[in-house]
Design a protein around this ligand. Structure first.
Ligand SMILES: Cc1ncc(COP(=O)(O)O)c(C=O)c1O
Length: 351
């Protein structure tokens, strides 16, 4: 029987998301671009220090925001702490996307951009990367002429790993005077390229960062949205008072105080990525150049079998068939040198 309780129309049309894979603990997790190094011991210590009173209280986000802003060279008015970038994207969508408004995406890209646009019945315009997965700059500049409300841009991109330099980003922002451009820097610690300082003078720019990747805090859910103070004011207005738990706030602060740990972890993973790329190429697997903590690899028709065989050996990688629209593509998260050696050893046996 059809229910008479009606959700919004966009959600009625929306398909249920497939459940995320669970029971991953103890396996070699190369499927979600998490850290395989772990987090700073100072984060673990900060979590242990949480007292009953701190846990009993609603979390005081403003105090933490004021303390964290200087680490990024911004003012507290330009920083919105969020429950992961995921919540940051939801805030952007809440504030700037409504039924019929344009949203520009480059495909393939991080699936949550489309998720939020579809849930609000936006008019989605996509520009595709070519077969080489390079960024389609001309197509994007053309699409910006009929200004969408929002352009979501992951830099480096997920799942391609491709990175845009600052000159190209400036060109895009100059062409996007009436479009809010979200430059998602989830993988900044691996790429080293950022446009964060530009938020002060560019009102059409939002930059996102996360503690889920290099800092190894994916389980705690904390991220940052940076924007011109006027834009940030609207994002804050759309956010509830207590979106982030005290454990996540304490962990983020401890992680920033131990920036050396995150730098070392990112350097180790980047070395692992080089070993992974070279190893895959030696095995005759096409790999796309990446500046993030993962690589996109094309195994061709044997792709699904390879993923299955690795999973039976306790190694998880991510099928990208649906994202790329053709079987064989997988995304493999880079790990430590030892983890990459184990992965390549098992892969060699399978192939
Ligand atoms: C481009 C991009 N943005 C955002 C996220 C999610 O970040 P968070 O864990 O902070 O929600 C991911 C995670 O895979 C990502 O690839």
């Amino acid at each position: 029987m059809k229910s008479r309780i009606k959700p919004r129309r966009a959600l009625e049309k929306f398909r249920d998301l497939p459940p995320m894979l669970e029971n991953r603990r103890g396996k070699l997790r190369l499927d979600m671009n998490e850290s395989t190094v772990g987090c700073s011991p100072r984060v673990r210590a900060a979590l242990r220090r949480l007292e009953a009173e701190a846990v009993a209280m609603y979390p005081e986000k403003e105090n933490v925001t004021a303390r964290l802003a200087p680490f990024f060279g911004v003012t507290p008015q330009e920083l919105v702490l969020t429950n992961g970038i995921d919540e940051g994207l939801r805030l952007v969508a809440d504030v700037f996307i409504e039924r019929g408004r344009g949203v520009l995406l480059v495909e393939p890209t991080f699936s949550m951009y489309r998720f939020h646009a579809e849930q609000r019945d936006a008019r989605i315009h996509t520009v595709s990367c070519g077969a080489d997965m390079q960024f389609p700059l001309d197509g994007v500049l053309h699409a910006l002429k009929r200004p969408p409300a929002v352009f979501f841009l992951a830099n480096p991109n997920n799942p391609t790993g491709a990175l845009l330099d600052r000159r190209t980003l400036a060109k895009i922002l100059d062409a996007a005077e009436r479009t809010l451009v979200v430059v998602d820097e989830a993988y900044f610690e691996f790429s080293g390229v950022t446009v964060l300082p530009w938020i002060q003078r560019r009102e059409n720019l939002v930059v996102t960062r996360t503690f889920s990747k290099a800092a190894g805090l994916a389980g705690l859910r904390i991220g940052c949205v940076f924007a011109h103070r006027e834009t940030a004011r609207f994002l804050k207005r759309a956010q509830g008072p207590f979106p982030i738990g005290i454990a996540a706030l304490a962990a983020a602060e401890a992680a920033l105080k131990d920036a050396a740990f995150t730098r070392r972890a990112a350097a180790e993973i980047t070395r692992g990525r080089t070993v992974l790329e070279n190893g895959l190429r030696k095995l005759g697997v096409r790999v796309f150049p990446s500046e993030a903590n993962f690589v996109l690899a094309d195994f061709g028709p044997r792709g699904p079998k390879v993923i299955g065989a690795l999973a039976r050996r306790g190694i998880l990688i991510r099928d990208q068939t649906a994202t790329i629209g053709r079987p064989g593509f997988t995304r493999i998260t880079a790990g430590t040198l030892a983890q990459m050696k184990r992965f390549l050893r098992e892969l060699t046996r399978i192939l």
